[in-house]
Design a protein around this ligand. Structure first.
Ligand code: ADP
Ligand code: MG
Length: 308
């Protein structure tokens, strides 16, 4: 099978509270899978179940074609939401210790850590104590330790929280590289900025239920409205507007332009193509801007959560 992980109808209660209600996800090998949802949706609960920290009440999780079992823990690199490092231990000492817990020899761990510390230009942190590091710095160490044993499945719970934009970008690039080297990545987030650049698949969880999932591009296709934003230059704006509104449905456009264009959104009917619109416009004005409005992950997130 081409799925590295399948969760089937997973439910989890905490007392009377249902934190997950029949949630199923399918994660294809080699994908970057975004587990999205507002705070409290149930993302971390699902991630903790996949990592065998808690047990589901009902449902099951299949990893690489076999039901979850203790030996799988070594196959997963897991960055928890609550980052825990021993505050009084030194960075290098701790990284070596954690790497050996994952099954690396000390020599191999040292070699790989040296590589990562050089890559992140943090060689001089080796002898610092964890408590001397800022939150973002400690998180970088934990990221390294998570990926060091090169597991085939990486699960990052809110990997970008706590990072400034530069370091968030650094981590983003690393995640893409890990995917290119063959790893599968699942990460949770309640913020959508990272989703566009990273995810090929998503699942949206809201109030303990999965309310949307699939390939991000397929989802975008179903959410798009055949609307184009256009910027036009004309001598006779009134006439042009009249022509357009007689033929198409329009709305106010919101994009930046350096020129004093007439800006508007134009929605096509189902049987019309972008070429129909373009030839209509070019015969009447100079077209300075022509761009299909594709819903962003953020648009989809907000719209779907509101409708549920
Ligand atoms: P998310 O990661 O999507 O923000 P969580 O999975 O952490 O959400 O939490 C989902 C809900 O389950 C929240 O309402 C949270 O308070 C509750 N919850 C999570 N873990 C526990 C627990 N151990 N005991 C009681 N309630 C919990
Ligand atoms: Mg969480």
């Amino acid at each position: 099978m081409n799925n590295i992980l399948v969760a089937e109808s997973v439910s989890k209660n905490f007392g009377d509270f249902k934190a997950l209600n029949n949630v199923s996800i399918t994660v294809p090998k080699g994908s970057i899978f975004g587990l999205l949802g507002p705070n409290g949706a149930g993302k971390t609960t699902l991630i903790r179940i996949i990592n065998q920290i808690t047990m589901p009440d009902t449902g099951k999780v299949i990893l690489d074609n076999s039901p979850l079992q203790p030996k799988h823990i070594k196959d997963i690199g897991y960055l928890p939401e609550e980052r825990g490092l021993y505050k009084s231990m030194k960075v290098g000492e701790q990284a070596l210790y954690l790497a050996q817990l994952k099954g690396l020899t000390k020599a191999e761990a040292k070699k790989r850590l040296k590589h990562w510390f050089e890559k992140f230009e943090i060689e001089n942190w080796w002898n610092k104590k964890i408590q001397e590091l800022s939150k973002g710095m400690a998180q970088k160490i934990q990221f390294i330790v998570t990926v060091l044993h090169q597991p085939k499945l990486l699960i990052f719970d809110e990997p970008f929280s706590g990072f400034d934009p530069i370091n968030a970008n650094l981590i983003k690039d690393e995640i893409l590289q890990l995917r290119d080297q063959g790893a599968t990545v699942i990460f949770s987030t309640h913020r959508m900025e990272s989703v566009e650049e990273l995810c090929d698949h998503i699942a949206l969880i809201h109030k303990s239920n999965k309310i949307l999932d699939g390939k991000l591009n397929d989802i975008k296709r179903t959410y798009k409205t055949n609307t184009f934003e256009v910027g036009l230059v004309t001598q006779n704006e009134t006439q042009l507007m009249e022509d357009i509104t007689n033929t198409f449905e329009t709305s106010v456009a919101d994009f930046k332009s350096l020129n004093n264009d007439l800006k508007l959104n134009i929605k096509l009917k189902d049987n019309e193509t972008s070429n129909n619109l373009l030839s209509f416009l070019t015969s009447r004005a100079e077209v300075n801007h022509f761009n299909e409005l594709i819903p962003t992950a953020n648009d989809i997130f907000i719209q779907t959560v509101k409708n549920n």
